[in-house]
Design a protein around this ligand. Structure first.
Ligand code: EPZ
Length: 427
């Protein structure tokens, strides 16, 4: 439940990156020695990955912000449907399990709200490294009894987890693997940094060509994952949409250049008051800007929904083009229910603003769409209730507590008890 209209002011902290923690946890399967990961966010997708690691036979212990994984005994190199259906990123264990155990059985992820999201490029890459792959009963069965062999792989299109999966398969393969048209996301770079600490030989992380020289064995290490640029970006947009004065701490500004450029183009002031901090203010009316989502270092698709909410409050018409996923405008209808003026045209959304948003009951359809609705609720007059917040819990740690800490009027109520303020006072 959100009561809109309060400008966000003060400091809000960024946690560790969900999309870096997930491959980092999967990478623990590549060694029989304990690995300790720091700054792991306590979000639902991480718990799912931890359960999956335990399902394979690894031991997982959780401390304050850190997770220790001991994969000395992998009894079951498998990812069952019941886990994969709740989180597609479970397919990130495919590469490490084939690389380490010479075989893996991983359920195919089904469809997803934002797009078909097949893993054909992961599979094709593993076949290039010599794995025999069969698809049966909704599962990928991968075999490489004599181990994987390095090869040259070209991705038809850039894939983040595809790149991560293949890098993790290649680090224990015989000989050199070259990945062309690789993803350059900071999370890919962070995974390669972890693997290099474990003893892997990797060059070119962060570029479109990654070279991996296979090694016989990897060791246990301690590694702190990078801050979550999508969480930090969401907070920057929250500061702008409420016309507040908000400083996001513990982030990596370098990872947010595309967003910062668009915020400044729209008329926001973005400063860097200290290392790892970004301050956002909106000194004058916001003006509409066009955005096209791209692979990194372009504008992140995971910030598209939040930026659309912001553009509903900007003067003029902004054109938002989604190039990564075929169905990532589910939030537009819900924003329209709050009074936004948005017209969809295939992969483009035309947002006309500014429009006065009024609080309403809205439903979240996926992780980033739910963040966009929370931001719209912060800017709307009256009360907004965002339903199905389990989507937001997948990738944001205690978002309502963090936002309340900088002045947001937001609270979590159980689904069954959607009490309005009046009802609450009446009780
Ligand atoms: C990662 O998903 C992120 N998830 C996503 O974040 C993010 O939106 C996406 O990258 C793009 O940046 C994690 O890192 C866990 P892709 P991923 O493979 O790797 C097509 C969030 O909100 N494709 O780069 O699954 C695919 O359908 C999530 O935190 C194939 O066709 O995305 C898509 O259209 C949502 N075949 C495009 O490529 C394949 O084998 C890019 O997808 C693989 C991908």
């Amino acid at each position: 439940m959100i009561e809109g209209g309060a400008p966000l002011t003060g400091e809000i902290a960024t946690g560790g990156a969900k999309n870096s923690a997930l491959p980092a946890l999967a990478a623990c399967l590549l060694t029989g020695e304990p690995v300790t990961l720091e700054r792991i966010p306590r979000v639902r997708d991480i718990r799912t990955m931890e359960e999956l690691l335990e399902y394979t036979g690894a031991k997982v212990s959780i401390g304050e912000g850190l997770v220790k994984v001991d994969a000395s005994a992998i009894a079951r190199p498998e990812a069952p449907y019941d886990v994969v259906k709740t989180m597609r990123a479970s397919s990130l264990v495919l590469g490490p399990l084939v690389g380490r155990c010479g075989r893996a059985r991983v359920s195919l992820p089904g469809g997803c709200a934002i797009g078909g999201r097949p893993i054909n490029l992961h599979v094709a890459g593993l076949e290039k490294l010599g794995a025999t792959i069969r698809q049966e009963h909704g599962y990928i069965e991968a075999q490489a009894p004599d181990g994987l062999k390095g090869a040259e792989v070209h991705f038809d299109r850039i894939t983040v987890t595809g790149t991560e999966d293949l890098v993790m398969a290649a680090v224990l393969a015989r000989g050199e693997t070259v990945i062309n048209n690789a993803a350059r996301e900071p999370e890919v770079v962070d995974l390669c940094a972890l693997l290099t600490k474990m003893g892997a030989k990797i060059a070119g992380a962060g570029t479109s060509t990654i070279r991996i020289e296979g090694v016989a064995k990897l060791s246990g290490v301690r590694h702190a994952i990078i801050p979550d640029r999508i969480e930090a970006g969401t907070f920057l947009i929250a500061g702008a949409i409420t016309h507040g004065d908000l400083t996001v701490t513990g982030c990596e500004p370098e990872h947010l250049r595309a967003l910062i450029a668009k915020l400044e183009q729209a008329g926001a002031a973005v400063e860097q008051p200290a290392k790892g901090a970004l301050r956002v203010r909106v000194p004058r009316k916001l003006k509409s800007v066009d955005v096209t989502t791209e692979e990194h270092p372009g504008f992140a698709t995971d910030l598209q929904a939040q930026f659309m909410a912001l553009m509903t409050q900007a003067e003029g018409i902004s054109i938002i083009t989604e190039t990564i996923f075929e169905n990532r405008f589910m939030h537009a209808q819900e924003l329209a229910r709050m009074g936004a003026n948005i017209r969809l045209d295939g992969r483009r959304a035309l947002v006309a603003g500014p429009t006065r948003l009024s609080g309403a009951q809205v439903i979240a359809s996926d992780l980033r769409a739910s963040a966009s609705l929370v931001l719209a609720g912060l800017a709307a007059s009256g009360e907004t209730s965002v339903d199905r917040v389990y989507h937001i819990d997948r990738g944001y740690e205690q978002i309502e507590a963090k936002l309340a800490g900088v002045g947001a009027r937001i609270r979590r109520v159980s689904d069954g008890r959607r009490l309005t303020k009046a009802a609450e006072e009446a009780n």
